[in-house]
Design a protein around this ligand. Structure first.
Ligand SMILES: Cc1ncc(COP(=O)(O)O)c(C=O)c1O
Length: 364
């Protein structure tokens, strides 16, 4: 069986050594030494001034929304994981969808201004599949209209823009360290900001609003993460260079194998991209579903990331984002994980080619 992803697992002895230390200290959670060490190592690795390790990428978004005191309408992307929109709704905001670029997966910055009304307070955009949004254009619009910017950078660990970490952009960037992510801590996430004031606020929010044992500064939540999770992150960080290098080799290999076909693949030569996912966009939905079905017969499970387009989700969806609907209906993320072999990738591509040849010959 070849799933869309498998978690990276480091040598268990390395993890056990840190777990033994946790047992010796009997300090399991509540801002322990490993959480602090992970935060320090992440700051060094990503060249960031401020970040906070939190429970997951969803609570990271919720804390970011609360810390910026977002209310009313928030411009966002319809092409993302559901958590980008549901966090907004959960925090009492109304998503206003702006379509994605016609030839990409990210919010189309050139369409944002037309959607701004007096009730709009912010822009929440996703660097989908780790590919950066047009951060410069979005910041110009945000400054012109006095809007806050949150980047859902759940997929973007290791992505850069002009040599800078992607997490440097926006008022707050969030990330997910879920087990399926390129860098993970089993469950986990972070919030990143340049503002010491926002950092202080989010740090209290992460811990129930505590300002000392008997005082509270505002309303908080449990956004903390444990020593066991931090330990996994510390060990996985030792392998990050290997993971990033292998992902690029795998994405380049997929691209070569799929070259000159009637489909679109991401540009694996773009060094700024972290190669987190391998989305393939087919010419038609039928072709996409046909390929998915044939792969599944062979026990290979790509995923329709992201389907459906979030502006069509019945709980809050109110939009008509044509590009997003179009891409959602035709995209498949192919299996991609550290131990996926080049032979397995060849098998996957052989099935895709065979299915497309067959569907072309029967549609003539
Ligand atoms: C774009 C995006 N945002 C947010 C999340 C939520 O992260 P988590 O699963 O860590 O809560 C995910 C998770 O996959 C995601 O893909």
């Amino acid at each position: 069986m070849i799933p869309v992803t498998r978690p990276f697992l480091p040598p268990i002895e390395e993890y056990n050594t840190l777990v033994q230390n946790i047992f010796d200290r009997e300090w399991l959670t509540n801002n322990g030494p490993l959480v602090n060490d992970l935060e320090l190592q992440l700051k060094q690795r990503l060249q960031l001034d401020h970040l906070l390790y939190v429970g997951n990428g969803t609570i990271a978004l919720q804390i970011a929304i609360k810390a910026l005191n977002l209310k009313g309408k928030v411009i966002t992307t319809p092409f993302s994981y559901v958590a980008t929109s549901s966090s907004l709704v959960w925090e009492g905001c109304e998503p206003v969808y702006v379509d994605i670029e016609p030839d990409g997966f990210n919010i189309d910055a050139s369409k944002i201004e037309a959607a701004i009304t007096p009730e709009v307070t912010a822009i929440v955009a996703t660097h989908c599949f780790g590919i950066p949004c047009d951060v410069q254009a979005i910041q110009v619009i945000a400054d012109r209209h006095n809007l806050k910017v949150i980047y859902d950078a759940a997929h973007a660990f290791g992505t850069t823009v002009h040599g800078k970490s992607i997490f440097e952009f926006g008022d707050i960037s969030t990330c997910s360290f879920h087990a399926t992510k390129l860098f993970h801590t089993v469950e986990g996430g972070m919030v990143v900001t340049k503002s010491p004031d926002l950092l202080r606020r989010m740090s209290k929010m992460r811990n129930f609003g505590h300002d000392g044992p008997e005082h509270f500064d505002g309303v908080g939540i449990n956004g903390k993460n444990s020593e066991f999770h931090a330990a996994m992150g510390i060990v996985n960080l030792r392998y990050l260079d290997d993971i990033l290098e292998r992902r690029r080799a795998q994405c380049s290999f997929y691209s070569e194998l799929l070259a000159n076909m009637d489909l679109t693949v991401p540009d694996a030569t773009n060094e700024a991209w972290n190669c987190a996912y391998f989305p393939v966009v087919f010419m038609t939905e039928n072709q996409c579903l046909g390929v998915k079905a044939e792969l599944e017969k062979a026990e290979i499970f790509p995923r329709r990331y992201f389907y459906p387009s979030l502006d069509g989700v019945n709980h809050w969806g109110k939009g008509n984002c044509l590009n997003s609907h179009e891409i959602s209906s035709r995209v498949l993320c192919l299996p991609l994980y550290h131990n996926l072999s080049f032979e397995e990738m060849e098998i996957i591509v052989r099935i895709i080619k065979r299915t497309m040849r067959y569907s072309n010959s029967t549609s003539k």
